[in-house]
Design a protein around this ligand. Structure first.
Ligand code: ADP
Ligand code: MG
Length: 462
């Protein structure tokens, strides 16, 4: 018989081993797991919330079970229970089955009707947000925060490219909190925040104080597109003080950004470290199935019926982001309304042919990009995909990744996989590097443009 205390030791050793294997930040975020009890078949471990439960279960359950198996020589089940307010809930009683490509399940409907929030758009709710593999983590986190603002994930940072749903998700949090509490929710873009700040400093002392008070007394502050604050030192400083005041008072902050905060340029270190201190999640472009689900939902909402073959056509040809999908759909619904006829496959093909032909939507493989780029720099494709980090290889590799992102439909995750299984953040970082170079060195731009032409020629011939 193994004593309870032995199980505790086994559990602690499991955690130690995991800690030595994974990133410290990841460990801190997800391994807040407390031993409850164990027997020969099962380890019962407490997690602090349903959100944790779902994430740990999907990401780490079998990994943790494997670690325990290594230590005790046999497989045991990991039973995760939610312990909140001294209550132990069987997690499974609470868990919703994972449901991809359906609207995010909105946390219980608001009990009362309330006046609309003037800065938040009605249509940006959890109800209208389609969840797919590209955004499920972000959407789950957003809902957890909306239910319990200011507790677990503060600040919350959502980052990713244009049109991927950052503003929508951020506003969904705001609307939910606004509808369900008396909390003062403030949504503002970083640009407006900057403009307000600039006019306040040119104004009377009262106006200055009014500006500070407004933001420092928010219960939940949502600031959209903080990359806009790059090079704006005064506004950054003001935000830094606002941040500290709200953070100390446990008030929830949510930020969006077009890149990870570590890639922000001309951004003060102290603000960067604060903004990135809480939970950082990224949004990726949706895959084909999610694109179909989004189009169907939006077509339905617009009241125009769009046949499945048209949905398929648009989803196959537009893979950049959701804004592009929406605008293609708007083109079709506007046409249907104008001529009073349903949209057929032929009409859709004809109406959208220019959109489909744009370089971002073309059908070029990563392999061809690698081959042509490697050739240009007198390397082999394998070297380009390999692990070597000498400058003569790193630079062409970054260029190839950049071109993949610019002219293909692949997500940064998929691109990373094709480059020797690299992480998508490496791809994003490489793209950022090349963008910076293009800005400062016209020769880099012309190298890339000529490479893209070669790639297209090659692709057209093959
Ligand atoms: P971002 O702020 O990242 O540039 P937005 O939040 O403005 O992107 O999203 C662009 C458009 O796409 C909006 O109209 C938004 O409602 C829609 N959208 C984005 N993601 C989703 C989603 N998962 N489900 C439904 N609509 C979405
Ligand atoms: Mg936005």
């Amino acid at each position: 018989m193994t004593e309870i205390s032995d199980y505790t030791i086994i559990w602690n050793e499991t955690l130690n081993q995991i800690r030595s294997e994974i990133d410290e930040q990841e460990f801190q975020t997800w391994f807040n797991l407390e031993f409850q009890k164990a027997d020969e078949k099962e380890f019962t471990i407490a997690v602090p919330s349903l959100f944790y439960h779902d994430q740990v279960k999907s990401r780490y359950q079998s990994y943790i079970e494997g670690k325990i198996e290594n230590l005790i020589g046999k497989r045991v089940n990991l039973n995760l229970v939610i312990v909140s307010k001294n209550e132990v809930l069987q997690a499974d009683q609470e868990t919703q089955p994972e449901n991809q490509n359906v609207p995010a399940k909105e946390p219980a409907k608001p009990a009362r009707t309330k006046e609309k929030h003037t800065q938040l758009r009605n249509e940006y709710s959890f109800d209208t947000y389609v969840v797919g593999e590209n955004n499920s983590f972000a959407a789950n986190a957003a809902q957890a925060i909306a239910r319990n603002p200011g507790t677990a994930y503060n600040p919350f940072l959502i980052y990713g490219g244009v049109g991927l749903g950052k503003t929508h998700l951020m506003q969904a949090i705001g609307s939910y909190v606004h509808a369900n509490s008396d909390s003062k929710v403030i949504y503002i873009t970083a640009e407006t925040f900057t403009n307000e700040f600039i006019s306040s400093i040119q104004d009377t002392d009262r106006a200055k104080a009014a500006f500070k008070n407004k933001y420092r007394h928010a219960d939940i502050l949502l600031i959209d597109d903080i990359h806009f604050l790059q090079k704006k030192d005064g506004t950054q400083e003001e935000l830094f003080y606002t941040f500290n005041a709200l953070y100390d008072a446990n008030k929830q902050m949510v930020f969006t950004c077009d890149r990870p905060v570590s890639d922000l340029k001309d951004f003060s270190e102290r603000l960067r470290s604060r903004v990135g201190r809480g939970l950082n999640v990224d949004l990726q472009p949706p895959n084909y199935e999610t694109r179909c689900a989004i189009l169907k939902k939006k077509a339905h909402a617009s009241g125009i019926s769009i046949p499945d073959d048209v949905i398929d056509l648009v989803s196959k040809n537009i893979s950049t982001n959701i804004r592009d999908l929406e605008s293609a759909l708007n083109t079709l619904t506007a046409y249907a309304k104008l001529v009073g006829k349903p949209v057929t496959l032929e009409i859709a093909q004809q109406r959208l042919k220019d959109v489909f032909a744009s370089p971002r939507q073309s059908n070029i493989s990563i392999e061809i990009i690698q081959r042509v780029t490697a050739d240009k720099f007198h390397l082999s494709s394998n070297e380009l995909k390999g692990k070597k980090r000498t400058q003569s290889i790193v630079y062409p590799r970054q260029i190839a990744m950049y071109i993949c992102r610019e002219i293909t439909e692949y997500t940064t995750t998929e691109i990373g996989q094709e480059f020797g299984g690299r992480d998508h953040t490496t791809v994003m970082h490489s793209c950022q590097k090349i963008e910076d170079l293009i800005r400062t060195d016209p020769a880099v731009d012309s190298t890339i443009q000529s490479l893209i032409r070669d790639i297209k020629d090659y692709s057209a011939k093959s």
